[in-house]
Design a protein around this ligand. Structure first.
Ligand code: NAD
Ligand code: LMR
Length: 327
């Protein structure tokens, strides 16, 4: 029997967590042989709801669920954690951009970064979901200087999955046939879902779509604005699809990306693709043995270049507004 993996989920009483925790405990993320201990954090005001979530987790009698800790104390929630999924933050409402949340949410990630630095396992993997996800990842990472920077990710997997589905529907193909999608940049409306490298078999997706107007006027804006459109429709932000993206992101990080494919993760820029060092940026990555590498050598045409730069510029503006949260 494998020893249990400690998984911290913040915002555990919220709507994403309600779609996430049960799937983790069922083995969807780390596999059907891997026991888990859930370390659930929420604020005292959400205690009653969190108690209800714990009762339901118990009532599922999951064979892999080796323990549950439910607390409002981040020291306890992050203690010896192997995987920290930072969801807890305010969601945006209709009419807001994600960066409007920066001042409210940024502080949360500064504090949690400091605590992760003190009590998490030294090789813990940390995924930041709370918005604006890229800059919150940077705040968390910079406040946890003793943990390796390569162990931090911001979530762009929901955007990546949205892009796959739009292409699958357009070409009437199974999603699993579409490889090498990329969503560059920020989890915001400046993100660039890039079809120039995507393939089905040996054929480029753009040669199958043969419709640049659809790509520019429908595909790109649909993926960029999907979060806002879901909020408009549901009155609440995406939750089940976000939870699913968390599971996909971490499963790839732990078990690797498929041969001949890659995924998108928000990771610390290292100068690749002329994106200067120091921002959390969506790049195509290949994962193997728990490590990831940015896919190198892709050609960036002038259309793409403008969009890659726009996302970088937005991230530098976000960075300017939260410098006081960095040590
Ligand atoms: P929600 O309001 O339903 O839940 C948030 C939970 O976080 C609440 O239970 C709240 O009490 C808790 N919380 C607030 N401050 C906290 C703190 N300091 N420590 C611990 N818990 C805290 O929101 P949700 O729909 O679950 O969304 C959570 C976040 O995820 C939002 O910021 C949302 O915008 C973001 N999000 C990101 C993506 C992405 O793709 N990156 C996708 C969907 C949502
Ligand atoms: C999403 O992409 O659905 C989330 O980031 C929520 C939002 O504010 O759009």
């Amino acid at each position: 029997m494998l020893s249990p993996v400690r998984i911290t989920v913040t915002g555990a009483a919220g709507q994403i967590s309600y779609s996430l925790l049960f799937r983790i405990a069922a083995g969807d993320m780390l596999g059907s042989n891997q026991p888990v201990i859930l370390q659930l954090l929420d604020i005292p005001e959400s205690r009653k709801i969190l108690d209800g979530v714990v009762m339901e987790l118990q009532d599922c009698a999951f064979p892999l669920l080796a323990g549950i800790i439910a607390t409002h104390d981040p020291m306890m929630a992050f203690d010896q954690t192997d995987i920290a999924i930072l969801v807890g933050a305010r969601p945006r409402r209709k009419g807001m951009e994600r960066k409007d949340l920066l001042q409210t949410n940024g502080e949360i990630f500064r504090n949690q970064g400091k605590i992760l630095n003190q009590v998490a396992k030294r090789d813990a993997k940390i995924l930041v979901v709370g918005n604006p996800a890229n800059t919150n990842t940077l705040i968390t990472m910079k406040n946890a200087p003793d943990l390796p920077a390569e162990n931090f990710s911001g979530m762009l997997r929901l955007d990546h999955n949205r892009a796959l589905s739009q292409v699958a529907m357009k070409l009437n193909q199974p999603v699993s046939n579409i490889k090498k999608m990329i969503v560059w940049g920020n989890h915001s409306s400046t993100q660039f879902p890039d079809l120039y490298h995507a393939e089905i078999g040996d054929t480029k997706v753009i040669n199958l779509i043969k419709d640049p107007i659809w790509i520019e006027n429908y595909f790109i804006p649909t993926v960029q604005k999907r979060g806002a459109v879901v909020i408009e429709a549901r009155g609440l932000s995406s939750a089940a699809s976000a939870a699913n993206a968390i599971i996909d992101h971490l499963r790839n990080w732990f078990f690797g990306t498929a041969d001949g494919d890659w995924t998108t993760m928000g990771i610390l820029s290292d100068g690749s693709y002329e994106i200067p060092e120091g921002v959390i940026y969506g790049f195509p990555v290949i994962c193997k043995n728990g490590m990831r590498e940015i896919v190198q050598g892709l050609e960036i045409n002038p259309f793409s270049r403008t969009r890659l730069d726009a996302a970088y510029n937005e991230l530098t503006q976000e960075l300017d507004s939260i410098r006081h949260l960095l040590p």
